[in-house]
Every structure is written in C-alpha cells, then in structure tokens.
Design a protein around this ligand. Structure first.
Ligand SMILES: [Zn+2]
Length: 222
C-alpha cells in the first residue's frame, strides 16, 4: 500500500501514524487550537460586535504562516485535496458538538463562492468543511440555497465606495421556508475582516425567527 499511497504525517513526514489519520499524534497535539468554541466574547465574536447579531462564533485554529495549518489549508484549497478538508472539518465538528453554545445547531450553511470561482476550483472549500462537520454533528448541510452573484455591468461602473457597499447585496436566499425557525451555522475556511461573512449573514438574518452562528476553520489575526 505504501508504494501507492505513502502514508506519512502531513505535518512532519513521520511514518508513525495511525491508519485513517493525516497527522501523527505529536502534530495533532501541536496544532494552534484557539479554544474559542467554549468561550463567549472570543476574538471572532468581537469581529462581529455592532455588525451582525450572532448567537455564537468560533474558529478552530489560529492561522499563521509556516504552521502545519497553513500547509494543510494550502493542500486543501489550492491542490484540491478534499480528504484534508474533510479531516479539518471533522476536527471543527468535534469541538462544536462538545459544547453547549453550538450543540443546538439545526443545519450548516457553507459560505457560497461565486459560481465561476467554484467552477474554476472545482469545489467550494466551505462545502467540504461542512461535510466533515456534518459527519461529527449529524446535522444536514444546506447547499445551493444561499447564493452569491457577480455585480452586473452597470454596478461595476460605480465608483469604489459604492461598489464596496454593494457586497451586501451580492448574497441571496433562494428558499426562505427551508431556513425559517432554524439555528444555522455559517461556515467558511479563514476569517480575516469578516466582511464577506457579515454580508452573507445579514441576508440570512432577514428571515423570520432565524438564529445565526459562525464557524471558521482558522482565524487570521492581525
Ligand atoms: Zn507529524
């Protein structure tokens, strides 16, 4: 088997690794966990204060250059290794399910990509993370309901400031009834300013009696 699928740790290259795992125990222990899932008022929640009324928010890892997490995200997003994405999603899921703040989530919403970008990449990385999370939490992933649209020709002619404000209008909920009365978890890979999640979240929170939380794989602090 090793000849065809060299089974070594994706973090350090060690071959002391259990089947079905992508990292050795030492690399798993050394990952830059945030522990945000258990803490209210954590830095990711603070990003949205005064911007978006979330129930809770978290990131599983700190995103820093040269770390194992950066390498894994690269392999997942840009080399298209979906197994890595599923694995990281499952890690998020096990954090989410083990604490009360996220226990009562009804469904997962992957942050949508523009259709042409998803087509070019071949997948939406948030979809894959959601699949990994869903496996641990045993809840559905709702894909294709919240959609993201490119600006029209006339919109792109507007000057920059207006165009930036228009980001808010670039998300649409297709089937409101499917999301109504639910606690939804909006999922993305890396959070920096939170502007895109905010724009998408605003559109979701228009729906009656919806609660919204946010989970990202990693938090890129400045
Ligand atoms: Zn390792």
């Amino acid at each position: 088997m090793h000849l065809f699928y060299p089974h070594v740790c994706k973090g350090c290259g060690s071959d002391v690794i259990e089947d079905e795992n992508l990292l050795c125990l030492q690399c798993i222990n050394n990952l830059p966990y945030t522990n945000f899932s258990v803490h209210a008022n954590n830095p990711v929640e603070k990003i949205f204060w005064g911007r978006l009324p979330l129930t809770a928010a978290m990131s599983e890892f700190y995103f820093a250059k040269g770390t194992v997490i950066q390498r894994l995200v690269h392999e997942f997003k840009y080399k298209g290794n979906k197994d890595v994405g599923m694995y990281l999603g499952a890690m998020m899921g096990s954090s989410l399910i083990s604490n009360n703040r996220f226990k009562k989530i009804d469904a997962l919403i992957p942050l949508p990509l523009y259709a042409d970008k998803e087509h070019k990449r071949g997948f939406n990385q948030a979809n894959i993370l959601c699949e990994g999370i869903a496996e641990m939490m045993n809840i559905p992933v709702i894909k294709g309901n919240v959609i993201r649209k490119r600006f029209t020709q006339t919109q792109t002619k507007k000057h920059r400031q207006e165009r930036w404000q228009n980001v808010e209008g670039s998300f649409k909920v297709d089937n409101i009834a499917q999301l109504k009365d639910k606690h939804l978890l909006l999922v993305d890979d890396v959070i920096t300013t939170g502007a895109t999640l905010e724009a998408c979240g605003k559109e979701i929170l228009i729906i009656d009696n919806v609660k919204l939380s946010v989970a990202t794989l990693a938090y890129a602090f400045k």
